[in-house]
Design a protein around this ligand. Structure first.
Ligand code: OOG
Ligand code: NI
Length: 453
């Protein structure tokens, strides 16, 4: 019997979570904090944060995103095929070079409303832009090092090909596929460059060293979703986790929008460099922990407002890496976002956010949407934002690479180059949200009309 891609994705997400818990014990602490906070929020009666009853609350405890950084076009293309077996498609293009991080990225994730409800696991996947290494000799060395490695097991490749040829995998193959693919994400403390090369790569950019120096693209964080990130952040601090000073993204609001994220800083980890047939001890910071709170997806109009308000705030004040101006930053952020409407109805009526429609208790009067909502014949509930935010992502990268990682030179990135490397187009996130909105609207009106008839 063929296993559904959604089941493979759920199994893979669970296997990854188990592996990361063993690799980075602080992640286990984070998961416990998030589970406690979420249970508290769901117990409250007044929980605007619980968002859509049913669909979104059921999946909360299983919800994760991870992140990896790849070195070559071939790695990205193969990764895309592997994720497709799990029902994950590339959505969105993120240009991180605007924040002096030498990568561009997409998020592999399920796209349909049902697929998301079954298991929303997603992976933020970055591709290194080697062309941003200025030194020719170092760039060649990095490229040659990457060309030598094979990040997928033979089994993972064979099972991906089988799934493509046969339109899926049976139970035994699906279990093997999960185990084989997990190997790509595993941490390997053995560097595949010597310490001098590692130091040179660090000098070019810490991120370049992280991508080039190891056998594979170790998962660098795995992020559970919390329903109250401020409560979770307070508990992180109370439990002694080295939390980032500020929460990235919009401020705390009655009606959460987009995505708020915080992290604990990357751990210092022992690594080993090859030397004369033996090993030499070294250190690297690669892996960290992050939590996120998701809110409503914004329309292009809402997103433009978000981007411009955030840019205004950040033109006045940038959060310092040491957290010294955190309070001022948060105060300025709240002040700036006072201009962003904060009731669901206003967000809906001003076309700033996406909503699903449902049938309410009120009697239908006419066809006018406003009137149907006013009378309670139709109801709205927020469509959750399933994607990422480049400015926040850059903040997450920075906090784990250290402030010195802000390099000056930037070249315009290229979505076309990224898609060429991947071997397919990345889907536009707004189209997906709009399709969900439209489908629920049509379905709700049909239901309304048939009960009126
Ligand atoms: C990815 C950082 C981006 C997020 O949640 O915005 C990210 C990375 O550090 O590789 O995961
Ligand atoms: Ni993340």
């Amino acid at each position: 019997m063929t296993v559904s891609p959604h089941q493979i994705r759920a199994d893979f997400s669970a296997a990854m979570s188990e592996m990361y818990r063993k690799e980075v014990p602080a992640y286990g602490t984070l998961v416990e904090i998030v589970e406690t906070v979420n249970a508290d929020v769901l117990d409250r009666d007044d929980n605007a944060l619980a968002l859509t009853p049913g669909e979104d609350t059921n999946r909360i405890s299983a919800e994760r995103h991870g992140a990896i950084r790849l070195g070559t076009a071939e790695e990205l293309a193969m990764m895309g095929r592997v994720f497709a077996v799990m029902g994950m498609e590339p959505v969105g293009y993120y240009d991180l070079s605007v924040a002096s991080v030498p990568v561009h990225s997409t998020a592999f994730r399920p796209i349909g409303r049902d697929a998301l409800a079954e298991n929303p696991f997603r992976v933020f996947t970055s591709l290194l832009r080697l062309e941003l290494i200025e030194d020719d000799a170092l760039r060649d060395k990095a490229a040659a090092t990457l060309a030598r490695r094979q990040i997928f097991t033979d089994g993972a490749v064979a099972l991906t090909e089988k799934a493509e040829a046969e339109g899926g995998l049976d139970t035994a193959d699906a279990a093997r596929f999960v185990a084989e693919v997990l190997e790509t994400f595993r941490w390997h403390p053995e560097a595949c460059v010597d310490d001098a090369t590692f130091a040179e790569l660090i000098g070019a950019h810490r991120l370049i060293a992280d991508v080039v120096s190891f056998k594979g693209p170790h998962i660098n964080h795995l992020t559970p979703r919390t329903l109250d990130i401020d409560a979770a952040q307070a508990q992180m601090v109370a439990k002694g986790l080295p939390a980032k000073a500020i929460v990235e993204g919009p401020p705390r609001r009655d009606c959460p929008i987009l995505l708020r994220q915080t992290a604990f800083k990357a751990l210092n980890e022992a690594i080993r460099f090859p030397v004369d047939g033996g090993w030499e001890e070294g250190q690297h910071t690669a892996r960290f922990g992050e939590i996120e709170q998701r809110g409503v997806a914004l329309t292009p109009k809402g997103r433009a407002l978000y981007d411009s308000l955030l840019a205004e705030v950040r033109a006045d004040i940038l959060p310092a890496a040491d957290g010294s101006n955190a309070e001022d930053y948060v105060a300025r952020l709240e002040e700036g976002f006072a201009a962003f409407p904060d009731t669901w109805r206003e967000l809906h009526d001003r076309d700033l956010a996406y909503f699903k429609y449902g049938i309410g208790q009120g009697a239908a009067t006419g066809e006018n949407l406003d009137a149907l909502l006013d009378s309670g014949a139709l109801t709205i509930s927020p469509i959750i934002y399933e994607d990422f935010l480049p400015v926040s992502a850059a903040g997450i990268f920075q906090s784990n690479l250290g402030d010195e990682a802000r390099s000056g030179n930037q070249t315009a990135s290229s979505r076309e180059a990224f898609e060429a490397a991947l071997g397919k187009r990345v889907t536009d996130e707004f189209e997906l949200y709009e399709a969900m909105r439209a489908a629920s609207y049509t379905a709700a009106l049909e239901q309304l009309n048939s009960s009126a008839a």
